[in-house]
Design a protein around this ligand. Structure first.
Ligand SMILES: [Zn+2]
Ligand SMILES: [Zn+2]
Length: 552
């Protein structure tokens, strides 16, 4: 993309001065001031230099020493679905006890007409609950005697008896391929559904209307701006949900730049999937800086922490041992889809959590590469939680990028329980990845709105977790590296490094003014950093009402 900079008028629209500008350019230069015109950075430098661009109409912001960073990019955030869940469901992501979870469900059920399904948000983990266990079917029956209940976990669902009945799941229902139904000693379903078994009950959660989605997104994008986010990548959207974003885009209501992955249905055959991709006249990189198509994804090869596909058996599992996790897509189907995607110009961005799933992904990408080079196409592995060291050169040699998250911060307990201490400590090995020459972008995959990026940065820098102490501290990265992950690296990930991701002349003026000095604040306080002001293309999209600096 090229920008026309109107040379004759040197006057800036906005000047930020007297601050600490972390440009995140290749040298990680730190400057005092910046000027914005027509939505782009036109100068970055000393106070003196930048103030020469001041004209009668120029808005001047005195940063009073505060730090400015490029607008933050969350490259893996299911924003629409989380926004809708929070809008219509029971919020339980940060619940401290099972008792409280059941109380929240009971309160919602009391207000819901009998027979209507009550459901929760996901994002909570058993280990964060005081009782250290999930709700039983019987407990959910007591909390909600007149309504079916679906409690959403990460890769699990917990149903009450009415919900099981409504989903048609009983003792005769077989485990679907790539899925598992929890059963008691008599073979009666306990209400637990793992991975592909979740599809048996997915239909129970009421489908929100277009307007409900639109409303939920309007609220959610503002919340994201309030934590410094200026771009998100949706890892998997149905076309009908792309329309919700398109509506906001055409009404010029978007206050976030959005990249959209196309979701592929696991149930379709290889032929149906390749035909489906072929019907699209557009593919990866289509769009503009506000709304664009990304790749295909997540098209999960394996499960989450409870069922990631591993080369070594699980330490603990609900499934019979030895358990190696679940392969959710067969190799032939996956290979056919990836080859078709390559021909049709779609960039795959595939969920692979366990090392065995990563092996399968690498094999398949390599096959596709032999037919038509994937160099420079920035194909992705989503998550890559447990990468073996020997896989790193293979990833680098195919020029594959890693899209990482910060799951251990919220769920280290679950990882340790299922994978054992050693494997858990080696998850999300950002240090090894970066030292091994990989490009790493980052996102939240968070279940809350907003998804606070400073929690992610905190985890990557300290490896400290919410409740379980430090996890593999030797994998920590520097603040500078963490900031790169959330800005310029993510811009690379969506082929937008020439227009955003750093504060450089000619780039879109996406920035955040921070409450603290990011580079010097004690590590422990990183997670409490706040955005004082967020700008998108030079437009103010958020101002903290308690901001100590005058912005309006
Ligand atoms: Zn995933
Ligand atoms: Zn995801």
């Amino acid at each position: 993309m090229t920008f026309l900079i109107s040379a004759p008028s040197p006057q800036a629209d906005i000047i930020l001065w007297n601050g600490k500008i972390l440009t995140v350019d290749s040298e990680f230069s730190i400057e005092q001031a910046l000027a914005i015109r027509a939505g782009q950075f036109v100068h970055i430098g000393s106070n003196q230099e930048v103030l020469t661009l001041k004209g009668s109409e120029t808005k001047i912001i005195d940063l009073n020493g505060h730090t400015v960073i490029p607008g933050l990019i969350d490259n893996h955030y299911h924003m629409l679905s989380k926004a809708v869940d929070q809008h219509l469901g029971v919020e339980i992501a940060l619940t401290e006890s099972l008792e409280k979870m059941l109380e929240s469900i009971a309160a919602k059920a009391n207000k819901t007409p009998p027979g209507d399904v009550v459901y929760t948000t996901s994002g909570w983990m058993i280990e964060q609950l005081r009782e250290k266990r999930a709700p039983s079917r019987q407990e959910l029956d007591r909390a909600s005697p007149d309504n079916p209940v679906v409690v959403q976990g990460g890769h699990t669902l917990y149903l009450n008896s009415q919900a099981l009945k409504l989903a048609g799941i009983d003792r005769h229902t077989p485990n679907p391929p790539g899925g598992f139904i929890g059963r008691d000693t008599d073979g009666i379903p306990t209400g637990l559904l793992i991975d592909n078994a979740m599809f048996l009950a997915r239909g129970l959660i009421p489908t929100p209307t277009f307007d409900q989605k639109l409303d939920a997104l309007r609220v959610a994008q503002k919340k994201e701006n309030s934590v410094g986010i200026t771009s998100v990548r949706e890892p998997g959207l149905h076309p009908k949900d792309m329309r919700v974003y398109q509506r906001l885009w055409q009404e010029e209501e978007l206050t976030l730049r959005v990249s959209m992955n196309l979701n592929l249905d696991h149930h379709l055959s290889a032929q149906e999937l390749t035909d489906y991709l072929g019907q699209w006249g557009v593919s990866t990189r289509f769009g503009d800086p506000m709304l664009r198509l990304d790749g295909i994804g997540e098209f999960g090869l394996d499960g989450g922490f409870e069922a990631a596909w591993m080369s070594q058996p699980y330490f603990f599992s609900e499934a019979p041992s030895p358990f190696y996790g679940l392969q959710r897509i067969d190799s032939e189907k996956f290979s056919a889809v990836i080859k078709a995607a390559n021909t049709l110009g779609w960039r795959p961005s595939i969920h692979a959590v366990g090392d065995q799933a990563i092996d399968m992904l690498l094999d398949t990408y390599k096959q596709a590469h032999k037919i038509d080079s994937i160099f420079g196409k920035r194909w992705l592995i989503e998550h890559a939680h447990y990468t073996r060291l020997d896989q790193i050169p293979a990833i680098r040699d195919l020029q594959i990028f890693i899209s990482t998250q910060f799951h251990p911060y919220m769920s280290a307990g679950t990882m340790k329980r299922h994978w054992g201490e050693k494997r858990a400590a080696q998850t999300m090995r950002l240090r090894d990845w970066i030292d091994g020459g990989l490009t790493v972008g980052g996102g939240s995959d968070w279940s809350l709105v907003p998804a606070n990026p400073f929690w992610m940065i905190y985890f990557w820098v300290t490896r400290d977790t919410r409740l379980w102490g430090k996890l593999g501290p030797e994998q920590s990265i520097t603040r500078e590296e963490a900031l790169r992950v959330m800005t310029i690296n993510n811009a690379h990930l969506t082929f937008e490094e020439t227009i955003k991701g750093s504060i450089e002349v000619g780039k879109l003026a996406d920035l955040v003014i921070l409450s603290e000095d990011f580079m010097t604040i004690p590590e422990a306080a990183i997670r409490d950093i706040k955005a004082l002001c967020t700008m998108l293309g030079g437009r103010i999209v958020y101002v903290d009402s308690d901001s100590p600096i005058s912005i309006d």
